[in-house]
Design a protein around this ligand. Structure first.
Ligand code: NGQ
Ligand code: ZN
Length: 399
């Protein structure tokens, strides 16, 4: 039986797991990303370290059962409602680290710098107060958390977006960080954001970033949906990774990443489950390819002459993204599939991954190991039931 590599999840907002499927009612015919964000903010308001720990633990069990063995947690829910500091300013970060430790998943914790409410530098809104830092207390948070690094913990850094981080703060933070620390940023996800950036910085977001930061292999650009051809080539050339989150990008109506041009330019990419509307590398990879098929009227888009299998090509790419985007080498992170499942009858090494990714809807993951430790057997995480029970209690409190 073939052992497959565990999948790195490059983008997660753990708390959003608690609202999956709860923003699917029309409030207004013009519903959009921005009205979804209001619903998301109302959910964000209710969390404390205990509920965050319970929700993240449930999410990380689901990730492991689906075949993700590491998660990049893009974490901006730092403070108590209204922005009041917890006694330990890292309390919410530590809740996420505890959830990872309890479940066994590797975590790259990315504390997020979030300073302004828009490109014009306007102050944070009422509901955004929980997210905010100044440069100095943000760097102090990162410094404090670095003591937690270990076999399954990396500390990186995230800039929420160009609209939330003024240029001077971006420069100060990035230059203060260790040179090998991953830096992640949301960028060019929505057309409105591209327009605001053009109006206020006289350049498109990715164009501006490439011109104003030393974007290289330590950078992960999340979404990067709206690109002009020169930007697409520029990102590919920079060595940065693009974190694509196809199910969330579809759910939020973001748009479609220019995959063919990016691949032609040799760009690196991985996947993330982001808002956790789906927690499945199968579904992310499937829709990464299907979005391109729908847009181009062609098939087998991400594959090429030297790598004809779509599934193998996708799997190789996302595993190649691991080192730079997460800081882990993934040693001992593996999964096996249920070879007795009808979808896999007669599968061989050549078609196993294609059949895993493109057939049916049952989760075919059988065992999962992280750093050589078995956490999932028969598709079930060893603490599934206790963690699910705690999750139910937390959700009752949150709703
Ligand atoms: C987030 N999520 O930070 O959770 C964002 C929405 C924003 C995605 N962009 C908020 N998928 O971008 O302001
Ligand atoms: Zn995000």
């Amino acid at each position: 039986m073939r052992t497959l590599p565990g999948i790195p999840n490059l983008h997660s907002h753990a708390f959003q797991r608690a609202m999956a499927g709860m923003a699917e009612r029309q409030g207004n015919p013009e519903d959009s990303f921005w009205t979804w964000r209001e619903t998301m903010y109302r959910m964000a308001e209710r969390f404390d370290p205990d509920t965050l720990h319970a929700v993240a633990s449930q999410l990380y069990v689901e990730m492991l059962e689906a075949g993700y063995t590491s998660v990049c947690e893009f974490h901006y829910l730092h403070h108590a409602p209204g922005g009041r500091r917890y006694e330990d300013p890292a309390a919410m970060s530590r809740a996420l680290l505890r959830a990872a430790a309890d479940t066994g998943i590797r975590i790259t914790l990315l504390p997020v710098l979030y300073m302004s409410g828009g490109f014009d530098g306007r102050p944070l809104g009422e509901r955004q107060q929980r997210f905010g830092h100044g440069v100095d207390d943000f760097l102090a948070l990162i410094q404090a958390l670095r003591a937690e690094q270990g076999e399954r913990v990396r500390i990186g850094c995230a800039l929420h977006s160009l609209r939330a981080v003024p240029q001077a703060a971006m420069d100060a933070v990035v230059s203060a960080l260790p040179r090998d620390m991953p830096v992640h940023i949301h960028i060019a996800e929505q057309v409105g954001e591209v327009q605001d950036c053009l109006a206020l910085r006289n350049a498109r977001p990715v164009e501006w970033l490439l011109d104003n930061a030393e974007v290289d292999a330590r950078w992960t650009l999340v979404h990067a949906t709206h690109l002009e051809p020169a930007e697409t080539r520029g990102v590919a050339r920079s060595g940065a990774t693009v974190a694509l989150c196809p199910t969330t990008e579809a759910n939020l109506g973001d748009g479609l990443f220019p995959m063919r041009d990016y691949l032609a330019a040799g760009g690196a990419y991985g996947i993330g489950s982001d808002s956790h509307i789906s927690v499945s590398p199968v579904e992310e990879l499937r829709w990464l390819e299907y979005g391109q098929r729908l847009a181009t009227g062609r098939r087998n888009i991400v594959a090429g002459a030297d790598s004809p299998s779509v599934g193998e090509t996708l799997l190789q790419a996302v595993c190649d993204s691991r080192r730079n985007a997460t800081g882990f080498d993934g040693e001992g992170d593996t999964l096996t599939l249920d070879m007795h499942a009808p979808q896999l009858v007669g599968a061989n090494d050549t078609d196993l991954v294609d059949r895993w990714i493109f057939s049916g809807n049952r989760n075919l993951v059988d065992t999962v190991h992280v750093a050589g430790e078995q956490l999932v057997s028969g598709g079930i995480h060893r603490d599934r039931d206790t963690i699910a029970a705690r999750y139910r209690e937390a959700i009752k409190k949150l709703l």
